[in-house]
Write a protein that binds this ligand. Sequence first.
Ligand code: FES
Ligand code: MG
Length: 570
Amino acid sequence: MSLRSSAWYGGQDRNAYIHRAWMRRGAPADAFTGRPQIAIANTASDFTPCNSHLNEVAESVRQGVWAAGGVPLNLPVVSLGETNMRPTAMLWRNMAAMAIEEMLRANPIDGVVLLGGCDKTIPSLLMAASSVGLPAVVMPGGPMLTGTFRGRPLGCGTDVWRLSEEVRAGTLPAEAFLESESSMIRSRGHCNTMGTASTMGLLAEALGMVLPGTAGIPASDSRLLARAHETGRLAVEMVRQARRPADILTAGAFHNAIVALAAIGGSTNAVVHLLAIAGRLGVPLSLEDFDRIGADVPLLADLQPAGRFLMEDLHRAGGLAAVLNQVADLLDKDAVTVTGRPFVDYLAGAAIWDPEVIRTREAPLRPHAGIAVLRGNLATDGAIIKPAAASEHLLTHRGRAVVFDSVEDLTAHIDDPDLDVDADSVLVLRGCGPRGYPGMPEVANLPLPSKLLRAGVRDMVRVCDGRMSGTAYGTVVLHVAPEAAAGGPLAKVRTGDWITLDVANRRLDVEVPDAELAAREIPSALTASLARPRRGWEQLYVDTVTGADVGADLDFLVGASGDTVAREGY
Ligand code: FES
Ligand code: MG
């Protein structure tokens, strides 16, 4: 086996001397002679509280790497915390991916364990590893345990949305809402709902990039550390077998991830992340594939936000394997995992231990769970909706638009008693795409007017070029492309226009003739709200980010550049 790291550590010359000497610091004498160098790309950070326990997970990975004859090396990488970063953590997903890619390539690394958890961390790690192509395995940090408030379980995110709307509706005192705050986060780990973090951990496993049976183990569960140890060993083995991301992340692997996304009722954010990862590998994946592959997959996991339970429940009920064993016939049989064995091999015999949490194929929560991809004169490049998180009666709907040109415009007017809006109106929020905001924030589940909330309305059709938190719910059409900032038709809609949503026929239209729509001016309030950065990352991002319909990566980061570095430093 010839190791990539031997280009640094092999030989007798001055450069090899320098590379070895500075790395010794207590390492055994044979550390640099033929032993795989395994980076542990670690997104632990106090500013990413969902990942702050990853240093302990990394320690278990280190033990596993040593045990298998490799050398573990901590590689702290850019970490993105979902709850604090302004304007939105998504603005830096591509930056993290770019930085991680460069660090993996520049250093004497033979293989990498990717430690992630909070929403953007696993996507950025997978994008980076896909572009570099070194043997890589994801170790998900796992979800939190279930917190409770006044005797009821609290779902991270989802219950924040629900309780805050109850306060606005006048059905929950503000003090009770604040009292629940200290009960929301019961333990280490990421959000315990089927939000983006849970979704991406499980999809990383469905993609084959996680040691099967690992994703979804709660962060506080000792079995997670045992899996971390095994994952460390596996990384060494993967280097010896030269098993690379491109061997695992095939079209079949993405097929399996899309089936899984539907069956677990996963986050809509997975669409942009999977498209971006596929783009790094050159695997052809389009928005329509999500509909084509996912449409007939039943919804089997009864988890918030679409359902009732939380990740701890999913794990005790049998986890991802029990869910996917129900739909094994829909999966690609050839897609292999990090172990080299097909993903489907790990599903046989996986039982459902609680049929309330994981439904059988015969008794699904919904017969068709996939994310629906809409087209029409309002979304010429596509938009998506998650029917499982929507209200059935609104999936076919016609209503008058109430348009907001920015989040600030929305905040200023949504609770105005004079706002001309009723339960049938379609709320439109624009200027929130990748380029417009910038960073495509999770604002698409815009709050309902409080006068309608007080009248008992709990859902309305909403249309936005931004994203929606994976923990949110509602009849929300999101990722509308092209975004308003790119001159999409969404920029031309006016309050009072009739909008029709027809999910069954996959349509989203505004009842304005195309010529008239095209001739309309873009309102100055919209133009004024759009991002106009003058330097730095934000400028690079706004100038080069692609549409949500193709993954919102930077145009020059699409594709792979491999692990070769031609020149030495001297
Ligand atoms: Fe980190 Fe939800 S905020 S996973
Ligand atoms: Mg989020």
